[in-house]
Design a protein around this ligand. Sequence first.
Ligand code: HEC
Ligand code: HEC
Length: 343
Amino acid sequence: MLNYKIKIVTAMFLIASQSAMCFEVLPASPHVPADNAMSVAKIELGKQLYFDPRLSVDGTVSCNSCHDVMTSGTDNQAVSVGIAGQKGGRNAPTVWNAAFMSTQFWDGRAVSLEDQAKGPILNSVEMGMPSADDAVKRIGSIKGYVEQFKTVFGDKDSLSYDNIAKAIAAYERTLLTPNSPFDRYLKGNKNALSDQAKRGMKLVEQIGCSACHNGPNFAGPDISVGTGFYQKFPTFENNEYVKKYNLMADSGRYEATKIEADKHMWRVPTWRNVALTAPYFHNGSVKTLDEAVRVMAKTQLDKTLTGKEVKEIVAFLNSLTGRRPKQTLPHLPNASNDLLTTK
Ligand code: HEC
Ligand code: HEC
């Protein structure tokens, strides 16, 4: 009897979830690689490294400089500013829920958070460490870090570039934003969305945005880590936006692979917290979410939306802002009473 009831409830849930379609609640926890189990001490170490500008060559730039976890998980600049005021060519995506993305970067060139974290430290524009060894030496010159690496990774070779990346990735796996109004709606609270947002939700399915922006992160299907979900952008090139926002200058995934078919292919980015992360697109060229929606409709679906439709879609996108776990600044281990140097 009980079993029978469960079946009915399951069937009803399936029907409800089918009408609520290709969208899913944000999962409670992300995939954790077998060789980087989470622990309280590892997360704390990763958080310190994330906030520590001493991980950059001149001690001025930390991960948090460009991905501010007190706010949007990004810097809200068109393109980021690294050491010595240098500017990169792409917009900083948010670190909130990056743990749910199956690949990292706009072009998906990093297969995991561990892989990703090794990039910016050595990038000459971002944090500028000349080599992985220099980064390890710098951290090794700070006693409090050496002790923590031993506690977390064991006595033997505990302080390594790989382990720096592992600790940072473990911290990033805590940067999740559950319980957005949309998630509460999907879980059964029909009042969690305004009528305008509900119309926007229907619209993104009807006109086809959700052909690409679907799944738990609205960034495509829930595929295995390391596999990217790429789409061409712009798909339709013959419109005013392509020139106005310079959408063809960067050839996307091709830059990483040099494969012809990857020209202007981009990883489908998340819609979660997108209301917080202006400006938009890989080059940060579009200042408002309204305009980003108009650009997408035209470049991806060859559609011109009415003002009312844009407002409805934006109301829906606003409902995807989740609850960010409170962040407190970590205590960083004391400096070694010496000038920062990589020699
Ligand atoms: C100078 C600014 C800057 C600094 C410092 C920086 N990042 Fe980034 N970050 C970026 C930019 C820009 C991108 C996108 C680059 C691209 O896609 O080619 C990015 C991409 C990412 C992504 C991928 C997110 C996604 O959705 O694809 C993650 C995760 C990330 N950074 C974490 C970090 C961590 C961890 C550190 C510190 C070790 C760090 N970043 C330091 C600017 C920065
Ligand atoms: C064919 C696949 C596809 C379709 C359809 C599509 N998108 Fe996108 N969307 C993308 C890709 C790829 C990007 C990344 C573009 C880039 O590299 O700058 C993107 C980016 C975005 C962004 C900017 C995200 C950010 O963080 O800067 C928004 C907002 C967005 N899409 C909304 C929409 C809306 C609304 C629709 C429907 C009107 C839509 N998309 C239809 C693939 C698609």
